[in-house]
Design a protein around this ligand. Structure first.
Ligand code: GLA
Length: 380
């Protein structure tokens, strides 16, 4: 059954259209977004689709192809407060709620969601849902919001309805992505610049190694890292860690406890790596950024401490088998690593990583190539 037929089946009428939004990988720039820093993600060629129609009342009905037996979850926008919706429905409903909180006029919607973005793999399946719903609502209610404005709406849904204190990177990548490009985003000004990422043209591929260790950013480690960054900025007397440079690290080491210092050092050096990566992409092309990917992983493993045994093994085994550079991507504590490889090495690297996981007694990873794709929009 097509998504449109499925929609008719569940809601008893036809949708007005279908919108889609991609997941993302982050090339480099991890845990820098909520520090007002720099990120370099791209929208991937796997998307979430939503068939949608408007309603005359304030009811939202959401259903998905991935939830139990076609259940339809019903909420009333007039009655909702932050945190009221649980589970996956918090993402789509949260977006409509956040639009209203931001002062936009909209009534309810019927929404059916289908996702090709693997869930819990660190590829922003949640942002893909938010952005697909955001572009649908933006068009159907003629709100006229830009991609950057919709990204903030998605972030608000995630922060306040889902309760995950995440930054604005994932939604920005999903909304602003372009084929063949990465999105260089200044998370303070939200200024975005498209940077060419000609992988294929250079005989390269970017492999995702999904460790199958699932993670949740609504709990524990992510929020603790964010707090440490805020404390670090506070002690250093700056608005956000974005305002520190590598020259400030010596002073920081004297003022901060060891753990907080290492958190700060990760963010400061990672911001510098993002900027270096953008320069190298312009000057030399994708192959040149490989050493920065390696350095980013070491920083996340040792300073920010958000890696895990599976991610470290994905990175080490892919590098050993010939990957040019490799790092964990996304929030950490599970999810995926990325490896920059020569096209002729894809099979060798994939088999070596799979063998290393088997040897270690880990669940078999899912390994696949991704390429920079178009951001969210209407598909039919
Ligand atoms: C998650 C969050 C993002 C970002 C990354 C880490 O993907 O949703 O906002 O903080 O982690 O870079």
């Amino acid at each position: 059954m097509t998504l449109v037929q499925e929609f008719e089946d569940r809601f008893g009428h036809a949708p007005i259209g279908v919108w889609a939004a991609p997941g993302r990988v982050n090339v480099i720039g991890e845990h820098t977004d909520y520090n007002d820093g720099f990120v370099l993600p791209f929208a991937i060629d796997r998307a979430t689709s939503v068939a949608a129609s408007v309603r005359e009342d304030s009811t939202v009905r959401v259903s998905s192809t991935f939830s139990d037996s076609g259940e339809v979850i019903v909420s009333d926008l007039d009655e909702l407060s932050a945190g009221d919706v649980d589970g996956w429905a918090a993402y789509p409903v949260g977006v409509l709620w956040a639009l209203r909180q931001a002062g936009h006029q909209l009534k309810g919607m019927d929404l059916l969601i289908d996702s090709q973005v693997p869930v819990g793999a660190g590829l922003s399946s949640s942002a893909a849902i938010e952005c697909a719903v955001a572009v649908a609502a933006n068009e159907l209610y003629e709100l006229g919001l830009s991609g950057s404005e919709l990204a903030l709406i998605g972030q608000r849904a995630e922060n306040e309805m889902v309760g995950a204190p995440t930054g604005v990177m994932d939604q920005s990548a999903s909304l602003l992505g372009k084929v063949g490009h990465a999105v260089f985003l200044d998370c303070r000004s939200q200024h975005a610049e498209l940077v060419p990422l000609p992988l294929q043209e250079n005989g390269l591929a970017l492999l995702v190694i999904d460790t199958r260790v699932s993670h949740s950013h609504a709990t524990g480690g992510y929020a603790a890292r964010r707090r440490a960054c805020e404390i670090g900025a506070d002690v250093m007397g700056v608005r956000a860690l974005r305002d520190l440079s590598e020259d400030d690290l010596e002073e920081a080491s004297g003022l901060l406890d060891d753990e907080t210092f290492r958190r700060v050092r990760h963010v400061v050096t990672e911001n510098a790596r993002v900027q270096a990566a953008v320069e190298l992409l312009h000057a030399e092309g994708p192959q040149a950024i490989a050493p920065l990917l390696d350095a980013s992983h070491v920083s996340m493993r040792d300073d920010f401490e958000i890696s895990c045994a599976e991610l470290d093994l994905a990175v080490e085994s892919s590098r050993k088998a010939g990957a040019l550079g490799s790092r964990m991507t996304g929030g950490g504590f599970g999810g995926s690593a990325i490896a920059l490889v020569q096209v002729e090495d894809i099979d060798r690297v994939s088999s070596a990583v799979t063998a290393a996981f088997a040897e270690a007694g880990f669940t078999e990873p899912a390994i696949f190539a991704v390429s920079p794709a178009e951001g969210a929009g209407r598909v039919s």
